[in-house]
Design a binder for this molecule. Structure first.
Ligand code: PLP
Length: 217
């Protein structure tokens, strides 16, 4: 598959459900991919990328940004508090705010450095022990807490459990967002981004369908 094919599918799905294509941001997830593949997609004109590790992103994106300064970078992986500052300086958006302590940290650092990336709160919709994200029943309090510190909360993010029907989780996330007056929905990956768009996704995170399989070897 390729960037143009995935962009076309995003456009078609938007058309099918009567949404403008500009409603949906395609985040090309470049984690673990070799630099030449990322370079190719940059040269094709795509400017929104996702990474799941601060360290990895810090290693490769400053270089790419010298050639492609208008690149927008999204953190989509879990964030340790001690890497919050580095993440806030490197990323334009962070999709993995999931606890009050991290919200406090963001607020303190934002005061110091004078800006804060756009934030999404990750919700553990499947209540999986191994997965990051706040439990759905603790979400409203976290939204309120983040808002009270003037953090720019744009929406919610989820990663459905692998063996469950993703659309149930997408629908739940949409409901939770609506209840909290949030419009951003970061949901949908290579295998299910079309379903996510139909259920209201504003940000889809697509890796392997654009770049090919990741080689963790
Ligand atoms: C890796 C990753 C993706 C992309 O997964 P693909 O199946 O390759 O599209 C999306 N979201 C998160 C949080 C990821 O870590």
């Amino acid at each position: 598959m390729s960037l143009s094919e995935i962009s076309d599918r995003v456009g078609k799905t938007c058309a099918e459900c009567g949404r403008p294509t500009s409603d949906v941001t395609l985040i090309a997830v470049s984690k673990v991919q070799p630099n030449d593949r990322v370079q190719t997609v940059l040269e094709e004109g795509h400017r929104v990328y996702g990474e799941n590790k601060v360290q990895e992103a810090a290693g490769k994106w400053p270089g790419f940004r010298e050639s492609f300064p208008d690149t927008e970078l999204h953190l989509i992986g879990p964030l340790q508090s001690n890497k919050a500052r580095q993440a806030m300086q490197l990323f334009d958006a962070i999709h993995t705010l999931d606890r009050p302590k991290l919200a406090r940290k963001f607020a303190d650092i934002a005061q110091e450095i004078g800006h804060c990336p756009e934030l999404f709160i990750q919700v553990n919709t499947g209540l999986e022990d191994q997965k990051a994200g706040i439990a759905p029943d603790e979400l409203d309090a976290l939204v309120e807490n983040a808002r009270s510190m003037d953090l720019p909360v744009a929406g919610l993010m989820c990663i459905p459990p692998v063996h469950e029907t993703p659309s149930l989780h997408f629908a739940l996330l949409a409901k939770l967002a609506e209840r909290n007056g949030l419009t951003g929905l970061s949901m949908g990956m290579s295998g299910d981004f079309e379903q996510a768009i139909k259920l209201g996704a504003t940000h889809v995170r697509v890796g392997s369908a654009i770049f090919g399989a990741r080689d963790y070897g």
